[in-house]
Design a protein around this ligand. Structure first.
Ligand code: DGJ
Length: 747
């Protein structure tokens, strides 16, 4: 791992054993982007491709040597508008003189050990200073009013870099920031496809791949959160890229609010990718001496396709994003009351629900929504966290918690701290605490308003009231929900000129409260949720090590949702539960095996009343939980590899596998959703096995639960056989079928 600057050539080289990221100072100190990709040891600084004459391309004021240099054709690190570059910028400021032209030139740099912490924002980290190096480059705007600092961190073992930026008002007047991107990646060439993840509630993170078109394409959220609709992820890949082959440049933000991911293919064939807080409807007033910091961008380079990209993201999330007590701890099997009871429960019914689940092996009982105020439906009481519903829970949260502990399980609770119901004591006392704009009535979403987290008094109330509940009992787990998009984004406590800051201040306020609460209750396992997967992002993962992936628990729909989510996030972060049939979202009936196979591919649990199953089904569940626990380590810590995409072809199939860290255990999941006569057989070639090793299919007693074909049971295969010849998936003779193979290394 190394960061170096060579004065003679102006080259900055950031590298580790996998990647090199190279920049160069050119033509009176512009910071050009030169290369990002596989490591190059000896980089030749010769570079002339930006010296081309294009009619009409402007020259900088201090470039007297003819017409062959223009910002129009210079790949840059922090491009701005107004001095010759007409492409989508990375920074925009309306200066106090009313204009927006920015000319940023290199001023200085420093190389630091370790990883900088991003001010007021969640950020990636290293435990040991020796594991990362950070380059800070300061650019100065020629007019003298602004400076921009660019941060680049390289990690010892990661095929990625982390970037962020900071803008500083060095003038004695206020300046108005309209955009500060976290990253920009400029290519002078390239023929890319653009990949992103779109969706909707209960249909999150579908993979979308399209050829990059000329002009500007934007993927964004203006909903106040990352959103169900578009995840804050964007990749550019070579045309031939598949799961295993081809080049991928992929970026995501350590951020949970409005974002934009912009690509532009210029008419000269230059490609630009910019990511950061959404510049649409964004403003930030920089007073003299003040600065604003953009969230981190994590930028992966992979030369081995999308599985290679995901391996890098997964490793990074596990090692440098998730932190705290639960980082390396195996996660418990949970049963959640939501789809089992919704709002219709009391102490006795939850204790019965818990007893039945615990008897089958469940380790954590979660009481979902409906335990406070008079919340018997979703129209009321949000905000009244300290008013426990004594009709339902006569002994309070502590009474229930003690009872569950007594039964031998951990206890978890649902909260939705960012919200306020119109019908609540909190709203009666503080109607001004909800986000609102003058002369408008507030829109509702799920009949609730959003608290104005830009206000310190509101944040203090949230921290205090939630802390009161969490200290009232020995709570082991919290599900932190957030069920609506932000509208009428305004704050009564900020002046007019700062209203453009409120959407951003909301997210900064959110980080303030989650930081205070999660650090105060550091033993609690927090699961982030936002109507399912609205806020599945690395920002929240810095505080909460797992996320409820989607409100859709149907095992067929979940194949797409979990496949897409796995582009960025390791399965241990993805809550996935077996639910009742017919499924509550889609009415579909699938087998217990299919539901189990899908749910065990994430952070496993149940979302149903296990006491209502037949004795035979309960036996099956008990067996499932035993199987899950047996392979939990591989499922939660192993490598996840996608094998067949549900987004490609019309084969109605999905497959993925888990390989333990030491490659001695392999678990393969295969789903076939619709059968038809004469259906071709599918051969699955394994990936990521230990070369030279031999693997045996493990035999289990209960083939209806663990589907190992009889003739395969006990069979031994070489890694080379499994990777090249593979296994044929037959015997899927009904709709929505699944196969679950476990292979163990034999010496
Ligand atoms: C939305 C969540 O995603 C569900 O799992 C459940 O917790 C409900 N909210 C409760 O209101």
């Amino acid at each position: 791992m190394e960061i170096k600057f060579e004065k003679e050539t102006g080259l900055f080289t950031i590298s580790n054993s996998k990647i090199s990221y190279i920049m160069q100072l050119v033509k009176n100190n512009y910071l050009a982007h030169v290369y990002y990709g596989k490591k190059i040891d000896d980089f030749n600084p010769y570079c002339s491709y930006y010296e081309v004459e294009h009619e009409g391309a402007p020259q900088p004021f201090d470039y007297p040597e003819g017409r062959i240099f223009s910002l129009e054709c210079l790949p840059q690190e922090m491009p701005a508008y107004g001095c010759g570059d007409f492409k989508y910028p990375a920074v925009q400021v309306r200066l106090d003189n009313g204009t927006t032209s920015l000319d940023l030139r290199y001023e200085s740099h420093e190389i630091l050990k370790g990883k900088n912490k991003t001010k007021n924002l969640p950020s990636s980290y290293v435990n040991n200073e020796e594991d990362a190096l950070t380059l800070v480059i300061t650019l100065k705007e020629v007019g003298g009013k602004l400076k921009v600092k660019l941060y680049y961190t390289v990690f010892e073992n990661e095929s990625l870099i982390v970037r962020s930026s900071e803008i500083i008002n060095t003038s004695d007047k206020e300046q108005k920031l309209h955009q500060l991107a976290s990253m920009c990646l400029d290519f002078a060439d390239g023929s890319f496809d653009r990949v992103h993840m779109y969706g909707s509630h209960a249909n999150e993170r579908n993979i979308d791949r399209v050829p990059l078109n000329h002009g500007i394409d934007v993927v964004s959220s203006a909903r106040g959160a990352t959103s169900h609709q578009h995840n804050n992820f964007l990749a550019l890949c070579s045309k031939d890229a598949t799961e295993e082959h081809g080049e991928v440049y992929a970026s995501t933000l350590v951020w949970s609010g409005n974002f934009e991911a912009v690509t532009e293919l210029s008419c000269y064939g230059y490609t630009r990718m910019v990511m950061g807080i959404n510049s649409f409807d964004f403003e930030w007033i920089l007073k003299p001496g003040e600065s604003f910091t953009a969230p981190e961008a994590v930028i992966v380079y992979a030369d081995n396709g999308f599985n290679g990209m995901s391996r890098s993201f997964h490793h990074f999330v596990k090692e440098h994003i998730v932190r705290g007590r639960w980082k390396d701890q195996l996660r418990p099997v949970l049963a959640n009351s939501w789809e089992a009871a919704y709002f219709d429960f009391d102490q006795d019914s939850i204790v019965r629900f818990a007893r039945d689940a615990i008897a089958l092996g469940v380790e954590l009982i979660v009481l979902d929504d409906g335990w406070f105020g008079h919340r018997d439906n979703d129209k009321t009481s949000l905000g009244d966290w300290t008013i426990i519903n004594k009709k339902k829970l006569p002994y309070g949260i502590s009474g229930l918690c003690d009872e569950i502990h007594h039964l031998g399980a951990k206890f978890g609770l649902w909260i939705e701290p960012e919200m306020i119901s119109h019908d609540s004591e909190l709203f009666k006392a503080h109607p001004d605490w909800a986000l609102s704009v003058p002369d408008h009535k507030r829109s509702t979403g799920r009949d609730q308003y959003v608290l104005d987290l830009s206000r310190k008094d509101v944040r203090d109330y949230v921290v205090e009231s939630i802390s009161t509940v969490l200290s009232s009992a020995s709570i082991d787990y919290v599900k932190w929900d957030m069920n609506r998009n932000l509208t009428e984004i305004g704050s009564l406590s900020f002046p007019e000129k700062q209203q453009g800051e409120i959407a951003t201040r909301y997210v900064l306020g959110l980080y303030d409260i989650v930081e205070r609460i999660t650090s105060r209750f550091e033993n609690i396992l927090f699961e982030s949720c936002s109507g399912g997967g609205r806020r599945f992002d690395m920002g929240m993962l810095c505080y909460m090590p797992q996320v409820w992936t989607s409100d859709n628990t149907d095992a067929v729909a979940r194949q797409r949702i979990q496949y897409g989510t796995s582009y960025l996030y390791p399965p241990v972060t993805m809550g996935a539960h077996v639910s009742a049939v017919p499924n509550h979202q889609l009415n579909r009936i699938t087998s217990m095996l299919t539901r189990f196979t899908c749910a065990m591919s994430g952070n496993f649990g149940y979302e149903m009343d296990l006491g209502k199953l037949s004795p035979q089904e309960q036996e099956e569940v008990k067996y499932q939980i035993g199987i899950y626990k047996k392979y939990r380590e591989t499922l939660q810590t192993g490598d996840f590899i996608r094998l067949i995409s549900p987004f490609e072809g019309n084969r109605n199939e999905t497959s993925w596998s888990f390989v333990s860290k030491d490659q001695s255990e392999v678990i393969l999941m295969y789903f076939r959703n619709l059968v038809q006569n004469g259906m071709p057989l599918t051969r699955i070639r394994f990936k990521g096995l230990k070369q030279g090793a031999k693997y045996q299919c493990v035999v289990h007693e209960c083939p209806s639960v663990l589907s190992v074909k009889h003739e395969m049971s006990g069979q031994v295969f070489s890694a080379e056989y499994l990777e090249n010849r593979g296994l044929i998936m037959d015997k899927c003779d009904s709709d929505f079928a699944a196969h679950l193979y476990v292979l163990k290394e034999v010496k």
